[in-house]
Design a protein around this ligand. Structure first.
Ligand code: SF4
Length: 276
């Protein structure tokens, strides 16, 4: 069976950076904690916990404690509250997410309503909303848009959104809002991953998409792959693979989400390379 691995498979720049920052934080600080998981991947979360970074649910009065802000970023009030409670802050927010914060804040100061194309339950989107004084509108489809109610808006996009769907929504927003500024802030690593996943499923008999079920960007890769090749399978680890998927399969393409470690991908490649 011929195996082709997407060039863009695995950690993106922002995740690698956040993990480096987390490891360095431990060298210089005794008690490092995080609100939630560093990235959406169980293996990475486990490694980080084993290294000694604690996951906390809420901020409490702190002495000699460091709060690590995750790659997805956080709301301004989280920073303020943590500082007031005595935490030292180490900010691992991805620079591309920071850029979205900057665009949204400046636009709000200039009198624009902010529309975010994204998932309002996702931490990155909550972080963007949490930069703003006024309530922003989060949309995922045309049905979420209150036509004729918004006259002046700036549009930003969650970094891992589906590129095609986003273009469709942007076109609609341009038509329906009188004064609109568009910033398609889907990040470069996401664009490259999505470009590759539009080709690989067409060139292979089956596709394996590796990543946690909690990972939004892996979900997007799977959705695109499945729409092009019915034999697309989304797995988190080697134990999810079924041998029967590869009956009469000669070629298999593989990609992995932005928070999937190479170790997981390599284990799967090794397993597949032994199938005759
Ligand atoms: S997916 Fe993009 S925005 Fe998110 S951490 Fe990776 S590089 Fe940064």
């Amino acid at each position: 069976m011929k195996i082709t691995l997407a060039k863009s498979a695995g950690f993106c720049f922002g995740v690698k950076r956040a993990l480096d920052i987390a490891q360095n934080a431990l060298k210089k600080n005794h008690q490092v904690c995080m609100l939630g998981d560093i990235v959406h991947n169980e293996d990475v979360v486990k490694t980080i916990n084993q290294l000694g970074i604690k996951k906390i649910k809420q901020l409490r009065k702190a002495k000699d404690r460091t709060l690590l802000i995750r790659a997805h970023g956080a709301a301004s009030k989280t920073f303020k509250k943590a500082i007031s409670l005595g935490y030292k802050i180490i900010d691992a927010t991805c620079p591309m997410v920071k850029e979205i914060h900057k665009i949204a804040k400046e636009a709000e100061q200039n009198g624009y309503s902010i529309i975010i194309i994204g998932d309002n339950k996702h931490d990155e989107v909550k972080g963007i909303m949490g930069q703003l004084k006024n309530k922003s509108l989060v949309i995922q489809s045309i049905d979420d848009i209150p036509i004729n109610k918004i006259k002046k808006a700036t549009i930003v996009v969650q970094s891992t959104q589906n590129f095609e769907k986003t273009l469709f929504l942007i076109k609609f927003l341009k038509k329906n809002i009188k004064q609109v500024k568009i910033f398609n802030t889907i990040c470069q690593p996401t664009r490259i991953k999505q470009k590759e996943i539009k080709v690989l499923p067409l060139k292979n008999d089956a596709m394996i998409i590796i990543g946690s079920k909690t990972s939004a960007n892996t979900h997007r890769l799977f959705e695109i792959s499945k729409s092009l090749n019915k034999k697309s399978y989304w797995i988190n680890s080697l134990s999810d693979i079924k041998r029967t998927w590869f009956k009469n399969i000669q070629t298999v393409g593989i990609t992995a989400g932005a928070s999937t470690p190479d170790k997981t991908t390599n284990e799967i490649i090794e397993y597949l390379s032994k199938i005759k």
